[in-house]
Ligand binder design. Structure first.
Ligand code: AMP
Length: 313
């Protein structure tokens, strides 16, 4: 099986209470692809500028990520994001966003990428997400993430993109904002009414909740003592989740598999936040992933609870 990701490929400047980095490799597609590469073959599509060099490509190719659909724009500059976190690490404060080469990007997929069975439309302008979705006719599992910027500035485009996917993974606050619905269960139902059959509400250090038409499943975050930089945690979660589901194939996806996918998502997110940017995932081994998954397993064996049972009286 193979998994395609479109999203930002970026340089990030990040400050947290534990330190800062002036310029490091980041971007939603990069964090996603590195996490997913532990499970399946991943390709990344997106533009980069002249400032994106061998060192950056190497981070991806060392993990086996296919970079053929990364488009080098001559004379361009790579997407740049600057943000900071205060002591509530669940809230990212954006200080600067420079779209640069993403300003005139038109996704062009190779035949290989167009044939991907699974696709992740990571956080980027929603018309671009839809453009990629429409080129992937072979895909049986398509997930999408987004953020407050696009809810504010491109809500209708975002609703169209959501209407074309199977799965939405978003922060719980952004799901409420998108649907203008303070209750998370209703917000998830409203998103499913737009088309998707599954919704994952990411809740930062508190974990994540999965809603399908028939069931609900929630998982706490892995209890880490040291969180250094939460940037990319959501994308790493999505990488673990979709990477695992792509690896097992669509016929094998049942409730049990979805709980495992949630667990792999939490495992990959928990590693990502232990160091700045991609630093921790670059040195991560399969053994470490498996050990943390085993620690989580006892929780994933809980049965999913049908939503009707949660309504009393
Ligand atoms: P998250 O998983 O939500 O922490 O995503 C972090 C990544 O999102 C960072 O590496 C940023 O480069 C990227 N990012 C921030 N703002 C945007 C944006 N408006 N569009 C696309 N990517 C973004």
């Amino acid at each position: 099986m193979s998994l395609l990701a479109v999203g930002s490929i970026a340089f990030d400047a990040v400050r947290t209470p534990f330190g800062e980095r002036a310029r490091m490799l980041g971007g939603s597609a990069v964090h996603f692809a590195l996490a997913a590469s532990f499970f399946t073959e991943v390709s990344v599509v997106g533009p980069v500028g002249d400032d994106f060099g061998d060192a950056e490509y190497d981070v991806l190719t060392t993990r086996g990520v296919r970079t053929d659909d990364i488009e080098h724009v001559d004379g361009g500059k790579t997407f740049f994001w600057r943000g900071h976190y205060d002591y509530d690490l669940n809230v990212a404060h954006t200080d600067d966003t420079q779209l640069n080469v993403f300003g005139d990007f038109e996704p062009k997929l190779s035949d290989h990428s167009r044939g991907s069975e699974s696709v992740f439309l990571a956080n980027i302008q929603p018309d671009l997400q839809l453009g990629v979705r429409q080129q992937c006719n072979a895909a049986s599992l398509v997930g999408l993430d987004s953020m407050n910027l696009w809810i504010d500035t491109a809500r209708e485009s975002l609703r169209r993109a959501i209407g074309a996917v199977d799965l939405v993974l978003m922060n719980d606050a952004e799901l409420r904002m998108l649907t203008e619905q303070p209750n998370l269960v209703r917000a998830a139902r409203d998103v499913m009414a737009m088309g998707p059959r599954m919704v994952v509400a990411k809740q930062g250090e508190y974990g994540a909740a999965l809603f399908t038409e028939e069931s609900f499943f929630a998982l706490p975050g892995y209890p880490l003592e040291e969180v250094v930089d939460p940037t990319g945690a959501g994308d790493s979660f999505a990488g673990g989740f979709l990477g695992y589901l792509d690896a097992i194939g669509p016929e094998a996806v049942d409730d049990q598999a979805l709980r495992r996918a949630m667990t792999y998502g939490s495992v990959m997110a928990s590693f990502n936040v232990e160091r700045f940017g991609t630093e921790r995932v670059q040195s991560l081994t399969h053994g470490e992933v498996n050990r943390r998954f085993e620690e989580f397993k006892v929780i994933t064996h809980l049965e999913a609870v049908p939503l009707e049972l949660r309504v009393f009286g």
